[in-house]
Ligand binder design. Structure first.
Ligand code: CA
Ligand code: CA
Length: 170
């Protein structure tokens, strides 16, 4: 996929990998230029930070952008256990340049892979972005992740969060 090398390079330090846009299609109606996200699912159901084979999270999201320029923007994955635990990575091109020029609405599905999730010192309150989305203060033994999308023009839409994901150790 075009741009994937940059994607890998940008995220090496954070061990975060975005897997390609699976589906993108014209949404058929115009709406906000701010890209919105809905978390569809995640896997696996529990993570073990002490096991490199069991500490990688896949979050499946549906996105919508009313004017088509989400590609070339970024996705932010906020680990709600403390402020500043943000995995950020570049989004690949999604709509064609002609469609972006015309502002055609798009929606589709993405899988986001957040690899090598560590145990962290939990804050007494959820990360600010998470708290703003209604997430409760961190609880031992679980983690919540919130996703925000920012399009190529810098428009930022409402985020959405996973359910609490169990953090277990062997
Ligand atoms: Ca947009
Ligand atoms: Ca791993």
């Amino acid at each position: 996929m075009h741009g994937s090398n940059a994607l890998w390079a940008a995220n090496t330090a954070l061990h975060t990998i975005l897997i390609a846009a699976l589906v993108a299609f014209a949404a058929g109606r115009s709406d906000s230029p701010n890209p919105t996200v809905t978390v569809v699912d995640h896997s696996p159901p529990a993570l073990d930070p002490t096991d490199d084979a069991a500490d990688d999270l896949t979050i499946r999201i549906d996105y919508r952008d009313g004017d088509g320029d989400l590609g070339g923007g970024v996705a932010e994955v906020h680990d709600c256990r403390a402020d500043g635990l943000i995995h950020t990575f570049d989004l690949p091109a999604i709509a064609s340049s002609a469609a972006v020029a015309k502002g055609v609405p798009i929606s589709g599905r993405l899988d986001i892979w957040v690899n090598d999730i560590d145990e962290v010192k939990m804050a007494s309150v959820a990360a600010t972005v998470c708290a703003d989305l209604g997430i409760e203060p961190p609880t031992a033994g679980q983690a919540v992740f919130c996703i925000l999308l920012v399009d190529a023009a810098g428009n930022r839409g409402d985020g959405d969060c996973t359910e609490p994901i169990a953090i277990t150790t062997r």
